[in-house]
Design a protein around this ligand. Structure first.
Ligand SMILES: O=C(O)CCC(=O)C(=O)O
Length: 246
């Protein structure tokens, strides 16, 4: 359960940070799973369904350099329990509803020397809505700082509940917006830390200019009875039940 102060903080600032929520044993287990994904990525010459590669300066995919696994819980179903870890699921339940699903699951390895994940954006831009009945979650499996590409966000930027114009990036990795970076907070956090944030919050990341990777798994909690067109409840898509039915 979240305290009333944490709930207010989420509502006012648009995010909450839970330092080292995962034990070292669990971290090791999940890192082994995503290491295997990075290993599979090494054999890719071109992007494939679910799998995207980093781009070179001349906008060509770099063989073997994994950018993202989209639909991470479909590709590696053993990652699903990450979204059910306690107390994380209880926190999301407090913010949203008793019965939750997750959708839009991703793994970003952010590999050394040039790994990227996202530029400035609001998740709701991608979901085609501006409502707050979704909570985004990023869990960092490795220590993250400015050098290896930590998460950056703009506190309170969710409050207008308005979606800004986003521009498609030339390298094909998403659409991003412009922000006043003097308002940004860089989240330099330890492995095992989870961040919950509003789908309207402006956030982005630094690129990885270090010799270390920066693994993160990302997903979005949504009430089980809430449908959004782009991630329908039925079918074989990237939407998964996480709450245990009582
Ligand atoms: O890579 C990260 O740290 C966060 C990724 C993210 O926020 C997103 O996928 O929307």
């Amino acid at each position: 359960m979240l305290t009333p102060a944490q709930i207010s903080q989420y509502q006012n600032d648009g995010f909450l940070v839970f330092p080292q929520l995962l034990s070292s044993t669990k971290l090791k287990k999940y890192i082994e799973m995503v290491d295997a994904l990075v290993e599979m990525g090494k054999s890719l010459i071109d992007p494939q369904p679910h799998w995207s590669l980093e781009f070179s300066e001349d906008r060509q995919p770099i063989p073997g350099m994994l950018h993202k696994v989209q639909g991470a819980f479909l590709v590696e179903p053993n990652l699903l329990p990450l979204a059910q870890e306690e107390p994380l699921l209880s926190y999301a339940t407090t913010l949203l509803d008793q019965q939750l699903d997750v959708f839009g699951t991703k793994f970003f390895p952010k590999l050394p020397h040039g790994g990227t994940s996202v530029g400035w954006h609001q998740d709701n831009y991608y979901f085609g809505t501006s409502q707050e009945r979704i909570v985004s979650c990023a869990i960092y499996l490795e220590d993250t700082d400015r050098k290896n590409g930590c998460l950056r966000l703009i506190p309170k930027s969710h409050l207008p509940q308005a979606i800004r114009p986003h521009q498609r990036m030339l390298n094909g990795h998403g659409s991003f917006t412009e922000v006043d970076e003097t308002l940004a907070v860089d989240l330099e956090i330890a492995a095992g830390t989870a961040v919950l944030f509003s789908p309207n919050l402006l956030h982005g990341t630094h690129d990885n200019r270090s010799q270390r990777s920066r693994y993160t798994v990302v997903w979005h909690y949504i009430p089980a009875d809430f449908g959004i067109e782009r991630f329908p409840k039925s079918g074989e898509g990237d939407r998964h039940v996480v709450s245990r039915r009582s």
